[in-house]
Design a binder for this molecule. Sequence first.
Ligand code: UDP
Ligand code: MN
Length: 293
Amino acid sequence: GDLLSVLEKDQVNIMITFTNAKQNGNLQNKFRTTVRSLFHFTSKPVNLFILGDEHSEAIAKDILAEVTQPGKYVIASLVKTVHEIVSEMQKYFSYKPGAYFSDSLFFLSIVVHQVIPDLHRVIMIDCDLKFNADILELYNHFEKFDENNVMGIARDAQPVYRHNLHMYRNKFKNTRAGGPPPDGLTGFNSGVLLLDLDRMRKSRLYNSLINAESIKNLTEKYMFKGHLGDQDFYALISLDHEELFYVLPCTWNRQLCTWWRDHGYADVFDQYFKCEGHINIYHGNCNTEIPKL
Ligand code: UDP
Ligand code: MN
């Protein structure tokens, strides 16, 4: 009721995961940078959905009050609903129960079209970002989707899926799976997601893929072992169904992590990491500091 009454056509809907934030000053600071920069550049009213536990929501409210005016955002708690839907799928994507990413919120994007039936489009973002452009420009990328695309997502900027798929790649030397841009099926980074929820609801293909059996089949086919949450799922299904994804330009999710450069992939790293043009969103992934702009 309340949650949806505020949704109007002329607003940008944004969901941001912010959970386990109590006693995590680092996460709180990241969140502050993300929302401050977001509100600094936006030319549209923003509906902000905070996804997290009660404590984190309270902290988010304080930070938002600090960096923007009231009435620009709503707070929604969806944790319980989501948990039931994703708990079955989750086991195929976590190292072990209780692992960092085994929290069901990190799978919400996959099923959010089922959880919130009246929302049409939403941008889902990490809280370790820094905006350097108007989010309306990002929102306009929805118009560039072709008819089969259900979501927009940038490639992963490291050879992480090259690594996760190394067994398959050894067996099938000419595969595009895990290869670099522009021709490879590189895999994705879910720090910035454009979700066309109507398309997600309508797509028979997409909905046929979001169940444990289908995921099991795909992980076996590609000998894939993941641990990163939703982006592993998207990387995996893109191997057979590339057409579901609009590839967002790297400038809208400029990942800064360089971990894989120093862990066996120095030779190919730059093919994945390269990103030219004006950086619209910096993503300080793997705890990487974002440069002062
Ligand atoms: N997150 C959170 N609480 C945590 C850890 C993560 O709310 O304790 C959310 C937050 O939105 C974060 C996202 O999950 O941006 C993904 O985690 P992170 O950005 O650390 O992963 P990375 O981008 O480094 O892979
Ligand atoms: Mn992140």
